[in-house]
Design a binder for this molecule. Structure first.
Ligand code: 5RP
Length: 234
């Protein structure tokens, strides 16, 4: 008998397999981060081995980098390939308009850079990520912050109406440190009607490096429900 967790993992695998159908030979692939994308990276590795698919990956995190190596995907850089053909990534919240919150894996900065460099962005997630408005269910928006400016940024976020918490590490004392040497503030603003406007206001604070709002970047999202895959397209 399959557990609920088994079904969630199966659903994640299914959307990963759907996403990699977009990947064509001789292309540059942005590799997102997270547990759902991990299945896509593994499945891409299988296509490299079984179909002799020729691709090069640009990882958005140390996790994606390690997975790509493990599954035999050749790595390249944005310097060598500033235009990415397609990026596959996960999300923490997705609205029907394809606005996202990302960054619960603390990889949002490079994920956004890779997304912006991409001609086509595919998002994959299980149905727990689907919302009507960003910020539902007390979801905070992760914000990558320069450690030097941490307290300044925290108080400016509070002035903007957000409840700001510095993310603590697991298996490490003190704040988590991102792949870029920064820290993460999780800022809860309640329901966010205009994520783009809020993102601009946050980015005006010196020391804010990037926010986890990904608006108007996604071309298609595949959301796994228990027995089907829902496609949301622009
Ligand atoms: C990491 C992210 C991830 O894509 C997001 O957290 C989803 O992860 P998962 O597929 O494990 O639920 O934004 O910064």
């Amino acid at each position: 008998m399959k557990t609920r967790e088994d079904l969630i993992q199966e659903a994640k695998k299914n959307v990963a397999l759907e996403a990699i159908k977009h990947v064509k030979n001789d292309s540059i692939i942005g590799l997102g981060s997270g547990t759902t994308v991990a299945y896509a990276i593994e499945a891409l590795g299988n296509r490299v081995k079984n179909e002799n698919l020729k691709i090069m990956g640009i990882p958005s995190s140390y996790q994606a980098f390690q997975l790509a190596i493990q599954h035999g995907i050749q790595i390249t850089t944005l310097d060598e390939h500033p235009i990415i053909d397609i990026t596959i990534d996960g999300a923490d919240q997705i609205t029907p308009e394809l606005h996202l919150i990302k960054g619960m894996g603390a990889a949002l900065l490079r994920e956004k850079i890779v997304a912006i460099a991409s001609k086509y962005n595919v998002i994959i997630a299980d149905e727990s990520k689907r919302v009507n408005i960003l910020g539902e269910n007390n979801q905070a928006v992760p914000i990558e912050v320069l450690p030097f400016a941490l307290q300044l940024v925290k108080s400016r976020i509070t002035e903007l109406g957000g409840a700001a918490i510095i993310r603590e590490g697991k298996g490490k004392l003190g704040p988590i440190i991102t792949d870029n040497g920064n820290v993460i503030i999780d800022a809860n603003f309640g329901l966010i009607q205009n994520p783009q406007e809020l993102s601009v206001k946050l980015k005006m604070i010196p020391g804010v490096i990037e926010t986890g709002f990904f608006t108007n970047m996604t071309d298609v999202a595949y959301i796994a429900t228990e027995n089907k895959i829902e496609k949301i397209q622009k």
